[in-house]
Structure formats: C-alpha cells, structure tokens
Ligand binder design. Structure first.
Ligand SMILES: O=C(O)c1ccccc1NCC(=O)[C@H](O)[C@H](O)COP(=O)(O)O
Length: 258
C-alpha cells in the first residue's frame, strides 16, 4: 500500500536529515521562535463560513506530474489573494516532488497560515515544520500508534502549531477524537486504489462533534463539488490538483466562497 511506501521513504530521508542537522540543534531553533495560540486557527475553521485549504502540489502518486510550470510562490500568492484560509504545501520529495524549502520561501512572503503536508512519523518533522514557518501539520491516524498520535499532537500544540488529523473510517475517527484532535480531515481518496468518492465524507460527517472542525480532503474537481460538500456541513475543503490545474485559481476560490 502506498502509505507503507511513503513511510519507508520518509524514514530513509530522516536518517540523512538528522545527520545534516541534529535534533538538538533543530529543537533549539524551533524553541526560540514565538508561539502562536493554535486555538485561533481552530476557531477560524469552525466559523460559519466555509474555509478553503488550497494546496501547492507538483505531483502525486495517483496522478504523476500535475504541474510542469511550478511557480510555487506565485501560486501561493494567488491563493492568498483569493482568500484561502490556509495553504497546504506538500513537502514530501519522493512521491510528491515537494520540498520543505518551498514552504520556507512561501512563509517569508505570504501571511496565510501554512500547513506542512507530509507524512509525519517523527517529532523531528514537527520541529522542522515550525522552523520552516508552518502554522499547521498533518498527522495521519493510519500510520501512527495512539501513543505517537497523542505525543505528536501535544508537541505540535506546545510549539503553537495546529494539527489536522487525517482519518479514513469510523475507527480512525474515534482514535483521533480520543487523543483530542480539534480538526479532523476525512480523505475522499481511497489510498488502496486511488478512487475518489465523497461517500466517505457523507458517511462519516455525523461522527465528528460540532466543536471539532471537519475537513473534506481530496477529489474536488469543480466548484459544484465544493458546494456539494458544503451541503454536507463540512467546515473546510482541501483542494489540490483542481486548483493547480485551474487557469484562474483566484476565480475558482472566490466562486467557491460565494
Ligand atoms: O494525492 C495523492 O495521490 C495521494 C496519494 C497517497 C497519499 C496521499 C495523497 N494525497 C495527499 C492529499 O492529501 C491530497 O494532496 C489533498 O487531499 C488534495 O487532493 P486533491 O485535491 O485530490 O489533489
């Protein structure tokens, strides 16, 4: 399964990264930075207005190369100007052709909160996200134990980072709620065969309490899709490929927010 491959690749990458910058140094850098209150961001997602998390995504395991012309900074600036609540930046290099430097550069110029979209399996990656300028990280229930989920969530909060906890079914949602997730993303993409269906969001929406933000992830192609998800009562929609391919990204987001 693709998640296993992603975890294996991430483990290999971390060995090298930890040699280049030992944890103790990285931690010092992260802990010297100001700490924001993640509740402000959670509350923003819980507001009655739909939130759009617009993704900067060059390639993916399901689609291969998505963006030949990948001016990630210009794209992020368009997302910001259009009113995206947050910008997700893929930093995974092997399968998504991402890079944490993309996030760093965007953070220096774009005030919109940034989600470090990666396969977090080690506290090192949470410190990296903080130092790079992220305001949010992703934790995927399927690749973490309950102990890891809880420890990583607390570590992120202690650094002022909000956490999007991704779940695929009822059992994973219950695990996310048990560790105190305040924002849960349900992936509409089946990671075994890459098919996409909003059925998952529909089926699981009622399991997430009102005070926990619900994010529908993946598979949005059109503004009409976003409107369909809005009717299900989602707080936010995470959109990658459709926005990357939209000739008028600003228009797409603005229409979706109408
Ligand atoms: O996008 C993939 O192919 C993929 C494969 C395996 C694990 C994760 C994957 N995507 C990560 C994401 O969460 C999406 O990039 C995000 O939800 C946006 O999806 P989309 O709008 O369908 O590009």
């Amino acid at each position: 399964m693709i998640l296993d491959d992603l975890v294996t690749a991430t483990k290999k990458r971390l060995v090298v990264e930890k040699q280049q910058l030992p944890l103790i140094e990285l931690k010092k850098q992260a802990e010297s930075l100001p700490v924001m209150n993640p509740n402000q961001l959670y509350q923003r997602f819980l507001s009655p207005m739909l939130s759009i998390i617009a993704e900067v995504k060059k390639a993916s395991p399901s689609k291969g190369l998505i963006a030949e012309d990948f001016d990630y900074l210009a794209i992020a600036k368009e997302y910001e100007a259009a009113g995206a609540t947050a910008i997700s930046v893929l930093t995974e290099p092997d399968y998504f052709l991402g890079n944490i430097d993309y996030l760093k550069t965007i953070a220096e110029e774009v005030p919109t909160p940034l989600l470090r979209k990666d396969f977090t399996i080690d506290p090192y990656m949470i410190y990296q996200a903080k130092v790079a300028g992220a305001r949010m990280i992703l934790l995927i229930v399927a690749i973490l134990s309950d102990e890891e989920l809880s420890a990583y969530l607390q570590l992120a909060h202690s650094l002022g980072l909000a956490v999007l906890v991704e779940a695929h079914d009822e059992e994973e949602i219950n695990r996310a709620l048990k560790v105190g997730a305040q924002m849960i993303g349900v992936n509409n993409r089946n990671l075994k065969d890459f098919t996409v269906s909003f059925e998952n969001s529909k089926k699981l929406r009622h399991l997430i309490p009102e005070d926990v933000a619900f994010v529908a992830e993946s598979g949005v192609s059109t503004v009409a899709d976003i409107q369909e998800l809005k009717k299900l009562g989602v707080n936010a929609v995470l959109v990658g490929e459709a926005l990357m391919k939209a000739p008028d990204k600003k228009g797409f987001i603005k229409k979706a927010l109408e």
